[in-house]
Design a protein around this ligand. Structure first.
Ligand code: EAX
Length: 325
């Protein structure tokens, strides 16, 4: 039902912007979708991209953003050309470009610096080149953040505490493998359904970065937050290849440059929310477990690595893990 509302919102903005575009011949209106609230890091990326494109094109390009979209469906829309731009996590991206799911492996990146260096370096940039074959132009890597587990049942201090919980995961095979390994019952669903699922108790918990937990007001429906930081969650700024192919070479360059600025603003927003988000969640009533032995979680996931190695190649995983710019 949420998705229906999202499509309706899109259609509404579409009709108003068409009316507006008619009065200004030079303007090209581009529809952008992103998964969370407008005030979130995704909203910041969307707004920055819009500002940069308007500025760089002297007002030729106007981006109209619609928040709260389902990521997999938005990527599908970009693929068939009914949505021009998408800012998304990599959650469902592996369903479109399987090689990219390697970045979703738990405990792969040491910290933010490491993740950003890999994605901005040759490994990440080569992955962007795999998208056009799937009908999508990948403009830049953005950021969602390190993911942490929340739930409504009990404080999770060790991997054993998580056993038996029903946890919503993204529609992502790499993540589902990991949660199964922990003894958790992974329940994949679109992010648009998560708040209601938590509220109604369809699932006990979910996992997301602090900027998603705060902007989606999960403190209203979740009591416990454990700072597992079990996986880094990249974001991406994607574009319909059909829209991209309609641009001149100079304009294409402009879109890549504007997306790079938007990605930087997104990362800065993630960092600023991380700086005070936990205090905010405590103030909203959550019990936060910060003193987590992450090595224990990493060890519990060890058997899943055999599957990841088979899927992606151990050499490729090690190349990311040991990457130094
Ligand atoms: O991209 O689906 C998820 O949990 C994502 O992290 C969220 O929608 C932000």
């Amino acid at each position: 039902m949420k998705m229906t509302r999202w499509v309706a919102a899109c259609a509404l903005t579409l009709s108003t912007t068409f009316a507006f575009a008619a009065s200004s011949q030079a303007e090209t209106v581009l529809q952008l979708g992103h998964p969370t609230a407008s005030a979130s890091h995704y909203g910041v990326a969307a707004a920055t991209l819009g500002d940069e494109l308007a500025k760089r094109s002297n007002g030729k390009f106007k981006v109209v953003s619609t928040p709260n979209g389902a990521e997999r469906e938005m990527i599908e829309s970009a693929q068939i050309g009914t949505l021009d731009l998408v800012v998304t996590s990599t959650g469902p991206v592996g369903n479109f470009v399987p090689e990219v799911a390697i970045v979703d492996i738990p405990f792969l990146f040491k910290d933010y610096q490491h993740a950003r260096a890999v994605l901005d370096g040759p490994i990440g940039q080569d992955m962007l080149k795999l998208f056009p074959a799937k009908g999508i132009e990948a403009l830049a890597w953005g950021e969602n953040g390190f993911r942490h587990i929340t739930n409504s049942k009990r404080p999770i201090n060790t991997p054993a505490d998580a056993k038996g919980l029903k946890v919503r995961t993204m529609e992502n095979q790499v993540h589902m493998t990991a949660f199964r390994q922990l003894g958790v019952l992974p329940t994949p669903m679109a992010f648009t359904e998560v708040f209601t699922a938590l509220q109604q108790g369809t699932v006990d918990g979910q996992e997301n970065p602090i900027p998603v937990i705060t902007s989606s007001k999960f403190a209203q429906v979740q009591k416990y937050l454990t700072m597992t930081g079990h996986v880094y969650s990249p974001a991406m700024i994607l574009m319909a290849k059909s829209t991209y192919d309609g641009l001149s070479a100079d304009e294409q360059k402009m879109f890549h440059e504007a997306a790079a600025v938007a990605a930087k603003a997104m990362r800065e927003k993630v960092a600023s929310v991380e700086a005070n988000g936990v205090a905010e969640l405590r103030a909203a009533g959550m019990e936060v477990i910060t003193d987590v032995d992450r090595t224990k979680f990493q060890e519990a996931l060890e058997p899943a690595y055999a599957e990841y190695s088979k899927k992606f190649g151990k050499d490729k995983i090690d190349q990311i893990r040991n990457y130094a710019p």
